[in-house]
Design a protein around this ligand. Structure first.
Ligand code: FES
Length: 140
């Protein structure tokens, strides 16, 4: 499922112009490191183009991050923590912050994966919270 949510504020996003790396740290295995090629964005229909969710699900990282609402900022199941490179990501909208409040284990670097779009000026590191269990597709 994918698409956009007409009822929310549209986030201001700068897409990357050069390749950068995303490291996904998961609770049950070694990190998965994926290089984002900006010429291939969006990778799929789910989440904002170039978002952490887009990269995780469709970019080849093979991480099945939860996304109960289909990536339209209407749940909080795609909650991740940006442990490095948060400054290269778009600012969260009020709608994103409202949804995030529903997520367990919040911290200052918490974001919704479907709304968080890095601009590619630096490599970033993402921590997937342990409670977000639907993690890695078979093969990893
Ligand atoms: S998938 Fe529902 S808010 Fe991101």
């Amino acid at each position: 499922m994918g698409g956009t949510n007409p009822y929310i504020e549209k986030p201001e996003v700068a897409l990357p112009k050069k390749a950068y790396k995303v490291s996904f740290h998961r609770p049950d295995g070694p990190p998965i490191i994926f290089e984002v090629d900006p010429s291939k964005l969006p990778f799929g229909p789910t989440g904002l183009p170039g978002s952490i969710l887009d990269i995780a699900l469709n970019g080849g990282a093979a991480i099945d991050l939860e996304h109960a609402c289909g990536g339209v900022c209407a749940c909080s199941t795609c909650h991740v923590k940006v442990v490095k490179g948060l400054e290269s990501c778009n600012e969260p909208t009020d709608d994103e912050l409202d949804q995030l409040e529903e997520a367990p284990d919040l911290s200052l670097n918490s974001r919704l994966g479907c709304q968080c779009v890095p601009n590619g000026t630096m490599d970033i590191e993402i921590e997937i919270p342990a409670w977000n269990k639907n993690l890695v597709k078979e093969g990893h």
